[in-house]
Design a protein around this ligand. Structure first.
Ligand SMILES: Cc1cc2nc3c(=O)[nH]c(=O)nc-3n(C[C@H](O)[C@H](O)[C@H](O)COP(=O)(O)OP(=O)(O)OC[C@H]3O[C@@H](n4cnc5c(N)ncnc54)[C@H](O)[C@@H]3O)c2cc1C
Length: 452
């Protein structure tokens, strides 16, 4: 690692950025969970002493809790702007992944407990009762189909299986989850003892389900479509940097009105015959201009590779901007920005957003030089009047495992800084562990994960 950085006096610490929307969302989720259990309890308590009452009661509670968590998981993926801006999509996705297994286990317990409860109440074999319920009760066949879909999705979301799947297959499979929610809805409302004859509980549950679906429709489909039409974005030029990397310039009307900042990403669909239906995330690699955005893409597979030969004039559909990897999330005025490989793109764009009093040390980890964007970074360094320092660190992972010593060598004052790190999971984990060891509190470590 290069040495010799001149320590600067410690910068004035800014007040902590607001986390209000995230806190309010957590409180709202807690209240929703409480309400969901509250509407269930009277029915559970009333039937407790009946034959099969305990299993039935637990079946109701697990159904409500599991479905509530499933709806919450969907809402996390709706990309509600005020939460997404604070928390960041990668964290929301992580929470979504945590909720998923709990929802599935609770819903599975509901199926088992309710079957046992019904069987006990009339003294028959549970398996026989399962068949009877499925074929004689209203909406039970669709509910069983929904359950099978959820189990299948749970299985393919298991990390070992997911890592072997193409991203697009995995994403498409996820769309079936919405079908599952719709299929299960009928049996909840028509056969659920909490709802039949309880109009307030019914109104609450319908309102909750419809709100989640509306949020998905508005923010995942309506808003991106409106923005795409409004800005009329098209590919302006593709400028190769080397054999496997290129800048893609996208022009459009009033791009500045998007409010996108350097460090953020958008999900991009390029209107070619083969790729129009697939949105892929790419970070801005420079601050957007009034009529132009730039991304820098590395050929890592079929879609990214195809972007290197995009034709000027190709229509561009986008979703976003997204991401909490922004300069305004910092707590200090001293930044250490660390990117691996193509993970340097949002860091390059962050540099465009630095206020004049903020200093930055950039560590760019590459396998070998020349590396994309290194020249641009050096140019930014040379015209920053010493405010920005850039270290391009070329070598293998074994040579540079991003130990605390290596980080401190490039950025001696890292302990009093905000650390921004972007790259694959292993890299982010290594940098985070070292930064924590060097005294950086975790709230001052901001990351953007370039993986799904
Ligand atoms: C928030 C974010 C910002 C990104 N910014 C950039 C950038 O500025 N420049 C750049 O070159 N790359 C960036 N990437 C990575 C880029 O999205 C993937 O390289 C690209 O989608 C690969 O698609 P593919 O069909 O070419 O490759 P595939 O063969 O399908 O996949 C290659 C690799 O990319 C991952 N991947 C595939 N599709 C996606 C997807 N839709 N979302 C997330 N990961 C995916 C796969 O897990 C796999 O590891 C970013 C990723 C994320 C999550």
């Amino acid at each position: 690692m290069p040495t010799g950085q001149r320590p600067r006096p410690i910068a004035a610490v800014r007040p902590r950025p607001s986390r209000r929307a995230g806190d309010l969302a957590a409180i709202a989720a807690g209240i929703g969970g409480g309400l969901t259990l509250a509407i269930s309890l009277p029915v559970v308590v009333t039937g407790w002493a009946n034959p099969g009452g305990i299993a039935n009661g637990l079946g109701i509670l697990t159904a409500m809790a599991g479905t509530y968590l499933a709806l919450l998981g969907c809402l996390l993926m709706a990309r509600l702007p005020w939460i997404e801006r604070e928390v960041g999509q990668d964290r929301l996705t992580a929470w979504h992944r945590v909720l998923g297994p709990y929802a599935l286990v609770l819903i599975s317990l509901h199926v088992a407990l309710t079957t046992v409860g019904y069987a006990q109440s009339i003294g028959v074999n549970p398996l026989r009762e399962l068949v009877t319920i499925t074929f004689t009760m209203a909406w039970m066949l669709p509910a069983l189909a929904a359950f099978c879909l959820m189990v299948a999705l749970g299985v393919i979301s298991w990390r070992r299986i997911r890592s072997r799947m193409r991203y697009e297959t995995w994403l498409m499979a996820h769309l079936y989850f919405y079908l599952a929610i719709a299929l299960a809805f009928g049996h909840q409302i028509e056969a659920g003892s909490i709802f039949v004859g309880h109009p307030i509980a019914e109104a609450y549950w319908i309102g909750l389900t419809v709100s989640v679906l509306l949020a998905l429709l508005i923010w995942r489909i309506g808003l991106p479509l409106a923005r795409t039409l409004r800005h009329g974005a098209r590919v302006q030029a593709v400028v190769p940097i080397d054999d496997e990397t290129a800048h893609v310039y996208v022009s459009g009307r009033r791009i500045d009105a998007l409010g996108a900042q350097g460090g953020q990403w958008l999900s991009w669909r390029f209107g070619t015959r083969q790729w129009w239906w697939q949105g892929h995330p790419y970070s801005l690699s420079a601050r957007p201009q009034s009529t132009q955005m730039r991304i820098t893409v590395k050929d890592l597979g079929d879609q990214s590779g195809s972007l290197l030969s995009l034709k000027a004039g190709t229509r561009v559909f986008f979703e976003g901007p997204y991401g909490a990897f922004r300069v305004d999330r910092r707590e200090t005025d001293r930044l250490v920005l660390i990117g691996a490989g193509v993970g340097i793109t949002p860091i390059r764009a962050l540099l465009d957003e630095l206020p004049a009093h903020v200093s930055a040390t950039v560590i760019y980890r590459v396998h070998a030089e020349p590396s994309p964007l290194a020249d641009e970074l050096r140019w930014i360094e040379s015209s920053s009047g010493g405010r920005i320092r850039v270290f391009v660190v070329a070598g293998t992972r074994r040579q540079f495992p991003m130990t605390p010593g290596q980080l401190r060598q490039a950025a001696p004052l890292i302990g009093e800084s905000d650390v921004y790190v972007c790259g694959p999971t292993g890299f982010i984990d290594a940098v985070t562990a070292s930064a924590v060891e060097l005294g950086v509190p975790s709230r001052r470590i901001h990351h953007e994960l370039f993986e799904f």
